[in-house]
Design a protein around this ligand. Structure first.
Ligand SMILES: NC(=O)c1ccc[n+]([C@@H]2O[C@H](COP(=O)([O-])OP(=O)(O)OC[C@H]3O[C@@H](n4cnc5c(N)ncnc54)[C@H](O)[C@@H]3O)[C@@H](O)[C@H]2O)c1
Length: 448
């Protein structure tokens, strides 16, 4: 059978599916996006991005206009393409284990479609799944509902995604590697050919592996990055007790050692986002089910959880008591340039502040609608940073938005009742804020 790489379909149009679809189409590959969320599908068909991601909007508009990208809620349209990517969510269950129900449904529905098709079709698992899922659950559901055999009539690969929210389009266009896990050469060849068509001479290194190894690469990657953050936060907490130390200097120095590397050494309020916590929990759970307790990753998670408490402790230390005090939380998104608040440290901090009786007013340029969906009117919201600061007893910087970074000490002084500032993102220069009550994570007290 001839290998064809002219068209792709992508099931699940969230961050990963949407950005993957837009970038495939931008390279001239005919792309069909499939999602069960009708509103999302309608939006995409109009060329409107359903999520905030730099570069996505114009890219999507162009692809829709040029008829290279279409969206539908009808999965049978996958039959018109050569390759189908599964990019549905894989959230956590209550015990932290992975919830595979979306993957199962998508594989079952796709299998039903493939029952009617002639010719070879490649299925690619792009969602993050624990080792054994592609070759186990996905293969089983595909074979049961299609009546066909994986390996001959249907191809199957695990192909984890490493893009980051906020730079998703850039990352999809310039990945540092492509990991392809497959048990048969034909599947791996077809996917490699597709990526060769996509990247041309700029094809990044392709790591060929077993499906299980490819699946574990994704978890190993996120577990390492999360651990690096909890590591530097631990050093920051030690630095903060030590006169004359700023963790930034320590991070810069150790980062010059190539064995350590400079990235992911930014101390802060702890990691957030849709992946680190959920993937670490899934990995811990998977490992324990197989009889090994990964204590390192438990410590990574515990350190992260406690970092929010430390931020609130810093505010309490400045104010004496938080009860009845107005606290302005500047930034809600888990990082700048996104409206995503999934697992954001800001929400953990807000919950702690509420427990201590503070009156919270929050500002974020993008993430207020999503925050309202999650915590509704538990807190007040402000339209801009100045309104949030008005009459506040304390301000906590929770997201490193560029325009928050530009706020001057005199603005805090002018708007706040008392200029107590907790800089959980370390965005200000302590020297220019030294006549305010300013504390930053990882900055030790001045030497007497
Ligand atoms: N968000 C990230 O930064 C990121 C990065 C790398 C990997 N991942 C992984 O990629 C996967 C997708 O993540 P996401 O953040 O894009 O998810 P998401 O929750 O933003 O989107 C998932 C989409 O799938 C749709 N969907 C669910 N079931 C469906 C079905 N049966 N048919 C069609 N559509 C269906 C939903 O309506 C939703 O639009 C996850 O496994 C995640 O861990 C995410």
């Amino acid at each position: 059978m001839k290998i064809r790489v002219d068209s792709v379909s992508i099931v699940g149009l969230g961050y990963v599916g949407m950005c993957t679809a837009a970038t495939f189409a931008s390279r001239g590959i005919r792309t069909i996006g499939i999602d069960i969320d009708e509103k999302r599908v309608e939006q995409i068909r109009k060329g409107e991005a359903p999520l905030h991601e730099p570069q996505l909007d114009p890219m999507l508009k162009k692809a829709v206009k040029e008829k290279l990208l279409d969206a539908t809620n009808d999965i049978s349209k996958a039959a018109d393409t050569d390759t189908t990517f599964l990019a549905v969510g894989t959230p956590s269950q209550n015990d932290g284990s992975i919830d595979l129900s979306y993957i199962e449904n998508a594989a079952k529905d796709l299998g039903n479609v493939l029952r009617e098709t002639r010719g070879y079709h490649l299925v690619v698992v792009k969602s993050t799944v624990v080792p054994g899922t592609t070759n186990g659950t996905v293969k089983r559901f595909l074979e049961q509902s299609s009546g066909k055999t994986v390996g001959s009539e249907i191809g199957l690969c695990a192909n984890p995604e490493f893009l980051k929210e906020g730079t998703a389009i850039h990352d999809a266009l310039h990945p540092d590697k492509i990991v392809i896990g497959s048990d048969d050469k034909k599947s791996a060849n077809q996917l490699t050919r597709l990526y060769r068509k996509f990247y041309g001479s700029k094809l990044p290194p392709v790591i060929l592996a077993s499906p299980e190894a490819a699946e574990l690469v994704k978890y190993a990657s996120n577990a390492f990055l999360a651990t690096k953050i909890s590591f530097i936060n631990t050093i920051a907490n030690i630095a903060q007790q030590t006169p004359g130390v700023d963790v930034g200097t320590v991070a810069r120095a150790i980062g010059l050692d190539p064995r350590i590397g400079e990235l992911f050494l930014k101390a802060g309020p702890g990691y957030g986002g849709s992946c680190f916590h959920k993937d670490l929990q899934a990995l811990i759970n998977y490992s324990e089910k197989n009889g090994y307790n990964p204590v390192l990753f438990r410590a990574t998670e515990e350190t992260n959880e406690k970092q929010a408490t430390r931020v609130v402790d810093m505010a309490e230390k400045l104010l004496g008591s938080l009860s009845g005090k107005k606290v302005a939380v500047l930034g809600l998104a888990f990082k700048k340039d996104t409206d995503d608040i999934r697992e954001a440290a800001s929400i953990r901090v807000i919950n702690e502040l509420e427990k201590k009786g503070a009156q919270v007013v929050a500002y974020d340029p993008m993430a207020i609608p999503n925050t309202k969906k999650q915590i509704a009117d538990l807190i007040d919201y402000a339209e801009d940073a100045h309104s949030a600061l008005k009459g506040a007893d304390c301000a906590i910087i929770m997201t490193e938005w560029d325009h928050l970074r530009k706020l001057k000490a005199k603005e805090f002084r002018a708007y706040m009742k008392t200029p107590n500032i907790v800089d959980a993102r370390r965005v200000y220069d302590p020297d220019t804020f030294n006549d305010l009550n300013y504390v930053a994570i990882g900055v030790g007290p001045r030497r007497a």
